[in-house]
Design a protein around this ligand. Structure first.
Ligand code: MTE
Ligand code: MOS
Length: 770
């Protein structure tokens, strides 16, 4: 018999953490002001970097003149000619240059870079550069891009195109009693993370470079930097600094910024940091894609949909960035939560001479869902039915299929819908608010929405995410490339690892992402972290426990099958043998550091055909319903959201408190998209580049939220979790439009529903409700 090992019976220390409102692991540092955002990080000898930009939307660069009266020996100056590698930012495509060389394609496009030892000198140097540009006629709208009169991208200005078809659509339209057509439009939306974009690059002695910054996707930047700097992967390290929000805005753009900072740092031979102020951030970084979506729906008199045609166009801006994947998500969410027996969806993203649009919470879905939900209200209005009736008739049920073929696996859509109607007292309030009111009219509206969790189609297989668990003394480090940006990933992943290992929550340490330590577990996008990466973490924990078990088996000469593990202790037929950290320590002594890699396994039952856009697009669907009450002042057209009842099925809520926060925050961001947030464009230029002129909802505009979490577990997510971070945003826009319709009788077809829109609808003679 082997010597006895320590058994401290950690059972008492262990507590269940799944489904518990554990306090955020980042709370203390943030509340105490100790968290270091990139601009707070002390970096000795660091210079400041800045950008010379285009002031026209389209043109040919004929000269870059450096004022000879400025002392250029004191600063570092970089144009496209000085780049160490290909002038390409490698993302999904490589069509975006690091610096414009010959042609500029949008206002604010980077043309040259400067680094200087002080901010004052940087400002002076930027002023001493004059770029001469010969203007070319720009393409500024979706319509101009589609017309093909001026070609600015490829052969036809189309950045991406997909089509989905189900059934014999033309035949099915013949079965309809009535065909309802409408065109819906949505505008830009600015992510408006609290902390603007910022990045520091530090040259290394071996010719490599390290980048630290505010970012969502360490390995996207890593890939883009290896390409643009022409360096081997091991010469580049990306670290995330504490990040003050991303909302998708720090998914693609940081690749460009990191390359800019690195190019300057390599030339200056010292660290360089580029921190945007709010104005520069707002005019030059990506926004949500504006859309134009045409619906043509064949319906029976009772409201049953028999066929649907959707023509969906997104404005991608000057370069591809993430438009291909944003468009795909738009396409796959185009028919919302409804069962459409015959459907044809054409989706295109087009190029315009405006700043490239990119990822923003929801990623194409908020545009699609707005159009679909409005169309449901239009059907109700046209047929004289209630919005509830029309939705009930067509809701996706367990077993129904989406137009791309995937079958729905639960009744989430119906359950959240009925629950939201019941607890909001929708019917009673609807009839009450329909009675005559004064100039301030109340209205109640609703929306139904969904979110496919994780990457689309084969995306997760391609990424093939990995995580690392490293056993340190008396704690386990979790290394992933998924970042904390406010959404709670650090806490939730810690909960998952602790529960998987059955050790106390405090014994797991989530490590700030660093590509020199963490394997590529994929980007922090598509609400995939909890659901998909959480599952990979769990696989890692199983692997680690198995390794320890094998050691216990050999050490005690007990067959593997007789060993059980629970709450930090290994047992043989109920008798405790040894505890987790004791075994780990022994293995480390014998063989060196103990670490395991958890890897991704694709659910074998899911199949996706990328070319045909058919099959199982997502690993699971989260569902939501919002019932929103608003007050509209018909003298001023001021809209006030009063009360928002939101019921969401998020699968297992790993941390219900954080989940509630995501639902409230996302819903409010969706309401802002719905009635407040206007980006004004003039000649391809964003006019409102400050918070004074770009209004978002503040605490004063926040309605009373009544959020209920419904938990229908999804077997493919960690502990049954579904992707929840983005979904709530999709509900706000259509709910606010629907509530305004009820209050005013006007039928808004575009977002945001501003006073100007309401005035023009009124002037068009849309019927006012008496
Ligand atoms: N919540 C906060 N507080 N801050 C953010 O930047 N980003 C959103 C959402 N919620 C965001 C947020 C976006 S765009 C995504 S994709 C998801 O969180 C990502 O989180 P997950 O992958 O951890 O679900
Ligand atoms: Mo979120 S838009 O997928 O970063």
């Amino acid at each position: 018999m082997a010597e006895k090992l320590k058994v401290t019976l950690r059972e008492k220390e262990f507590r269940e953490v799944i489904g518990k409102p554990v306090v955020r692991v980042d709370a203390w540092d943030k509340v105490m002001g100790k968290a270091e955002y990139i601009d707070d990080c002390p970096i000795p000898g660091c210079w400041y970097g800045g950008t010379v930009r285009s002031d026209v939307p389209h043109g040919r660069i004929v000269g870059i003149r450096q004022d000879p009266s400025f002392d250029w020996s004191k600063v570092v100056f970089v144009t496209a000619k000085d780049l160490p590698g290909p002038n390409e930012v490698a993302m999904v495509r490589r069509d975006m240059p690091v610096l414009a060389e010959d042609i500029v394609n949008y206002v604010s496009e980077p043309i040259a870079l400067v680094a200087a030892p002080t901010k004052a000198l940087l400002r002076a140097a930027l002023k001493a550069v004059k770029v001469e540009i010969e203007p070319i006629e720009p393409v500024l709208t979706i319509e101009e891009a589609l017309s093909g009169e001026k070609i600015i991208w490829g052969e036809d200005n189309v950045l991406a195109k997909f089509e989905v078809k189900r059934g014999e659509v033309d035949e099915a339209f013949k079965e309809a009693d009535i065909i309802i057509e409408e065109t819906y439009r949505t505008g830009h939306q600015e992510q408006l993370y609290l902390e603007p974009q910022g990045m520091v690059a530090l040259p290394r002695d071996d010719g490599g470079v390290e980048v630290i910054g505010s970012l969502q996707c360490p390995y996207y930047i890593h890939g883009a930097m290896t390409h643009a700097l022409n360096l081997p992967p091991d010469k580049i390290v990306i670290k995330q600094a504490v990040t003050g929000g991303g909302f998708g805005g720090k998914e693609d753009f940081p690749s460009l910024l990191a390359i800019h900072a690195a190019v300057l740092a390599l030339k200056a031979k010292r660290p360089v940091k580029i921190i945007y102020d709010r104005a520069e951030d707002m005019v030059s970084t990506t926004k949500r894609h504006p859309s134009r979506i045409r619906h043509r729906t064949g319906v029976k008199k009772d409201g049953t949909i028999v066929a649907q045609d959707v023509d969906l166009v997104l404005d991608g801006g000057a370069y591809t960035t993430l438009s291909i994947v944003v468009l795909q998500r738009s396409l796959l969410h185009a028919t919302g939560c409804y069962n459409i027996p015959s459907a044809r969806i054409l989706a295109r993203a087009v190029a315009t001479n405006t700043p490239p649009n990119g990822a923003f919470r929801g990623f194409g879905a908020p545009q699609s869902i707005f159009a679909m939900e409005r169309q449901m209200d239009k059907i109700a209005r046209t047929l004289g039915l209630s919005p509830v009736e029309v939705r009930r008739k067509n809701l996706l049920k367990n077993g129904d299929a989406f137009p791309f073929g995937q079958r729905v696996e639960d009744d989430g859509a119906r359950l959240v819908f009925e629950r939201a109607l019941a607890i909001s007292e929708y019917e009673r309030k609807r009839s009450e608010y329909s009675k005559d009111q004064g100039p301030k009219k109340r209205g109640i509206g609703l929306s139904l929405f969904l979110h496919g969790g994780g990457f689309t189609g084969a995306g997760e297989q391609k990424i093939n995410g990995k995580i690392k668990l490293f056993v340190a003394k008396e704690s386990v480090e979790l290394h992933v490339s998924n970042v904390e940006m406010g959404q709670g990933a650090a806490t939730v992943l810690t909960q998952i690892a602790a529960q998987g290992l059955q050790i106390p929550f405090e014994k797991v340490k989530y490590c700030q992402p660093d590509t020199s330590k963490a394997p590529d577990s994929g980007p922090t996008v598509a609400s995939r972290t909890t659901m998909i990466v959480g599952k990979i973490v769990l696989r890692g924990t199983e692997k680690l426990i198995l390794q320890l078990k094998e050691y216990v088996s050999r050490h005690f000469d007990v067959s593997l099958g007789d060993i059980t593990y629970a709450k930090g202790t290994f047992f043989e037929n109920g008798t405790p043998l040894a505890d987790f950290f004791e075994i780990a320590r022994r293995i480390e002594e014998e063989r060196g550091p103990l670490e395991v890699i958890g890897d991704y396994v694709h659910p074998p039952e899911l199949n996706w055909d990328d070319k045909k856009c058919q099959g199982d697009a997502y690993q699971g669907y989260a569902w939501g319903a919002s019932v929103l009450e608003v007050e509209v002042d018909t003298d001023t057209w001021e809209v006030r959201p009063l009360r928002d009842t939101v019921v969401v099925d998020v699968g297992t809520a790993i941390n219900p408190l954080l989940a509630l926060g995501q639902v409230e925050g996302g819903s409010l961001q969706g309401l802002g998209y719905g009635y407040l947030e206007v980006i004004e464009m003039e000649g391809g230029r964003y006019r409102n580049n400050r918070l004074a002129s770009y209004s978002i909802p503040t605490s004063v505009d926040c309605p009373d939220f009544f959020v209920e979490l419904m938990e229908i577990p999804c077997s493919r997510g960690a502990f049954g979790a579904k992707g929840l971070g983005e979904m709530p945003l999709s509900g706000g826009g259509p709910a606010v439009a629907s509530a305004i319709e009820h209050a005013t009788g006007l039928f808004p077809t575009r977002l945001p529903v501003t006073g100007e829109i309401l005035t023009s609808l009124e002037q068009e003679g849309d019927e006012r409700r008496s």
